[in-house]
Design a protein around this ligand. Structure first.
Ligand SMILES: Cc1cc2nc3c(=O)[nH]c(=O)nc-3n(C[C@H](O)[C@H](O)[C@H](O)COP(=O)(O)O)c2cc1C
Length: 361
């Protein structure tokens, strides 16, 4: 089985091609927003993945927009993550952290009343949950000044340095799913008239500045990027005729870097609309020269076919890893997969977190 075969990206060795997707689980219920012993247990249980990509991890307080998500800006957080990476390495696994800035998908409750930051002052009009207000709505964010942008680049660089100190094998830039970078890419959320808005080059600039800044604190082969080009209508990001040219440019430029990988998520359904690319994986496989990760609604059979046909180098499984900590073993032996319970995706405590058992006959 190709899924079970080993792989290299640069000098990073993966023991199989069944990767674990970044999955927010909102279990960091402590004032430091530092990983706990339950994170250690959760990731240890899943260490047989060829690569674990950690849950989205905020690079700074202003990058936050979801409750009880861990960070990577403080000493307590680095120490918490150290225990996680040690556990994964003890089991022979590999783990990257996903560096996250939500941009405008946030609320003043997270920031002591200050406005969230975004490329432009455009409210995504999304429901959002905070501890103070419960279920509420996003607000019109503050358009980032050039100083705010520079601070953000520095925050990513510091988080990258902290990731190395915490023992991660690398980092994934969360440049997808309607968050900060995606907000810069999309002309519907970025109407800036400086050199971060307007042309495709300008809208993509922040991503490359962050890659360059991270390259100062880690080898570029330890940096991955995630894109979800055909994500539509989530948080005001829309697909139109400009979308494919924007991502064509980004992916062509990513070819200039020897990144650890490009992580692509495909759309969950075909939207019959102008500019929409149905087969995102096939389309960008032809354009990206490096190690390509494919994600989105994969079951083992189709995942194997993707690898056999060379359309991807590894498959990233999200929900299957929530409920099947031993997913590679189950795939190897043809054992049935357990279904995850969405009700406990984002709840506190161990239920639905560390209590999914390995398969037993
Ligand atoms: C509970 C949950 C949390 C998620 N958290 C993140 C996250 O922190 N970062 C991210 O990039 N994607 C996140 N995603 C998206 C997943 O990484 C993945 O793209 C999605 O689940 C589709 O893959 P799957 O069909 O294999 O589950 C999340 C998805 C789920 C279900």
């Amino acid at each position: 089985m190709k899924l079970l075969s080993t792989a290299y990206s640069g000098s990073i060795h993966f023991s199989n091609r069944i990767f674990m997707a970044p999955l927010t689980r909102s279990r960091t219920d402590n004032p430091e927003l530092a990983p706990t012993k339950f994170h250690v247990e959760y990731y240890r249980q899943r260490a047989s993945a060829g690569l674990i990509i950690s849950e989205g991890t905020n690079v700074s307080p202003i990058a936050t927009g979801y409750v009880d998500v861990p960070g990577l800006w403080s000493k307590a957080q680095v120490e918490g993550w150290q225990k996680v990476t040690e556990a994964v390495h003890e089991e022979g696994g590999r783990i990257f952290t996903q560096l996250w800035h939500v941009g405008r998908i946030s609320h003043p409750d997270f920031h002591g009343g200050e406005l969230p930051l975004a490329p432009s002052a455009i409210n995504p009009n999304r429901p959002i949950r905070t501890k103070r207000s419960g279920r509420t709505q996003t607000v019109t964010p503050k358009a980032m000044s050039l100083d705010d942008i520079q601070t953000t680049i520095n925050d990513f660089k510091r988080a990258g340095a902290n990731a190395m100190e915490a023992g991660f094998d690398g980092v994934e830039i969360h440049s997808s799913n309607g968050y900060l970078f995606h907000q810069f890419f999309s002309a519907s959320s970025n109407v800036r008239d400086d050199h971060y808005g307007g042309s495709v080059e300008n809208r993509a600039r922040l991503l490359f500045e962050v890659i360059d800044a991270l390259s100062e604190v880690m080898p570029v082969e330890r940096i991955g990027a995630r894109l979800n080009p055909m994500m539509h209508d989530a948080g005001g990001i829309e697909v139109n005729e400009n979308t494919a040219p924007t991502f064509d440019y980004i992916i062509q430029r990513l070819n200039d870097y020897d990144l650890a990988y490009l992580h692509l998520t495909r759309p969950y359904k075909n939207l019959d609309m102008p500019g929409f690319i149905d087969d995102v994986i096939g389309y960008y496989r032809e354009r990206y020269k490096g190690f390509l990760l494919a994600n989105g609604y994969y079951q083992p059979e189709e995942a194997e076919r993707e690898l056999q046909s060379g359309r991807a180098d590894a498959i990233v499984f999200g929900r299957p890893f929530i409920s099947n900590p031993d997913l590679p073993d189950r795939i190897k032996n043809g054992w049935p997969l357990a279904e995850p319970d969405p009700k406990t995706f984002y709840t506190a405590g161990v239920e639905g977190y560390t209590d999914y058992p390995n398969y037993s006959e």
